[in-house]
Design a protein around this ligand. Structure first.
Ligand code: NAP
Length: 331
């Protein structure tokens, strides 16, 4: 396991973090609590020390399950928690709200659900243009000064949005989407984070399972699974992505690795020492984890991988379909 220190803090974490969106069930066709707890225990047993979660994942469900798993784990003391705030929900409708009131209430709710006395990383889940950056940033800074949170992060922010935030509070982490097939952030977000010494937590490292090698042309997803609306999984596009997947799989096998290990290693070997989030909800999904360590992709291999992707995917589609709606006025 590789460990890194979050920039500007004394928080050390594993470079692979467990993502718990699917554990919350919402948009992933439901979840199984006992299986989820065993998955979190397996992650901690295998050296993962960072767990990424959010209130909106299952509307409290993921945080509650993480809390239960921590309470019954012998590795509780070394587990670090990254959670989020700034999304409000009513029934299953989600909208952005990064107002001071919401920020303060969400931190207290997360502490309660997780059963902890502080949050290691608190991230604004999506930018909320209806609330001035000053209000959100200063609310988080006060919570850090009170000792409720240790590090401040954002997610899905542009460089301009991060820049506005930095006028009022430090930013220790940023969580953008990034994987072999979703590379938009290379243009601006990544250089900004490197220049400002902001640690990146890359989400979607497996491209929602597309880079696991398990998805086939005829793979169907259950009701309420986000991949039913992900443009990459539509038949016309899926065949191009799967052609790239086949070639990447052979590339991995030639090196004694599996596709999933290649996909995670690819994220880890990008400049700036990013953290890769691995979304898992069954213990066996973490079996390939040990094969991620002890090797690196060379510059030539990274270039060869780029060629494979470009050869098959001429019109990449981004992860923008996941963006939750804005609210233009404060309610
Ligand atoms: P992901 O990690 O790219 O992919 C998760 C998918 O990979 C699941 O569908 C799972 O399959 C599959 N998988 C995992 N291990 C596997 C294995 N060994 N073999 C075969 N399939 C495997 O996607 P993600 O969950 O969207 O992203 C990861 C984490 O990033 C989330 O859990 C969350 O913490 C974070 N995230 C953050 C944001 C944000 O806005 N900040 C957005 C998205 C995600 P099954 O379907 O079979 O379980």
């Amino acid at each position: 396991m590789e460990i890194l220190r979050i920039e500007g803090t004394d928080i050390d974490v594993s470079r692979v973090a467990l993502g718990t969106w699917a554990i919350g069930g919402w948009l992933w066709g439901g979840s199984d609590e006992q299986l989820s707890i065993r998955t979190i225990h397996k992650a901690l047993d295998h050296g993962i020390t960072l767990i990424d979660t959010a209130p909106v994942y299952g509307f409290g469900q993921a945080e509650t399950i993480v809390g239960k798993a921590l309470a019954s784990s012998s590795h509780r003391a070394r587990a670090r928690i990254a959670t989020k705030l700034g999304l409000a929900w009513k029934d299953d409708k989600v909208r952005r709200d990064a107002s001071r009131e919401r920020v303060e209430r969400e931190v207290d709710d997360s502490l309660r659900r997780l059963g902890v006395d502080h949050l290691d990383i608190e991230q604004v889940h999506w930018p909320d243009p209806a609330v001035p950056a000053q209000e959100t940033a200063q609310a988080l800074l006060r919570l850090q000064q009170q000792g409720k949170i240790r590090a401040i992060g954002v997610s899905n922010y542009s460089p301009e949005q991060m820049s506005a935030f930095l006028d009022y509070a430090p930013l220790h982490t940023s969580q953008p989407p990034y994987n072999l097939f979703e590379r938009e952030i290379e243009r601006d977000v990544l250089p900004f984070c490197r220049n400002h010494r902001i640690t990146t937590l890359m989400y979607g490292a497996l491209c929602r399972g597309l880079l696991s090698g398990r998805i086939r042309v005829d793979t169907r997803f259950g009701e309420g699974d986000i991949r039913n609306v992900d443009p990459k999984f539509k038949p016309s596009r899926r065949q191009h992505y799967l052609a790239a997947v086949d070639e990447l799989d052979r590339f991995a096998q030639d090196r004694g690795k599996t596709l999933i290990q290649l996909a995670v290693r690819w994220v880890l070997d990008q400049p700036g020492s990013p953290i890769a989030l691995w979304g898992a909800r069954k213990p066996e999904q973490l079996d390939p984890l040990d094969g991620v360590w002890g090797w690196r992709l060379s510059a030539q291999e990274l270039a060869d991988i780029d060629q494979i992707v470009v050869r098959h995917i001429s019109e990449p589609v981004g992860p923008g379909f996941m963006a939750p709606p804005l609210h233009e006025t404060r309610s």
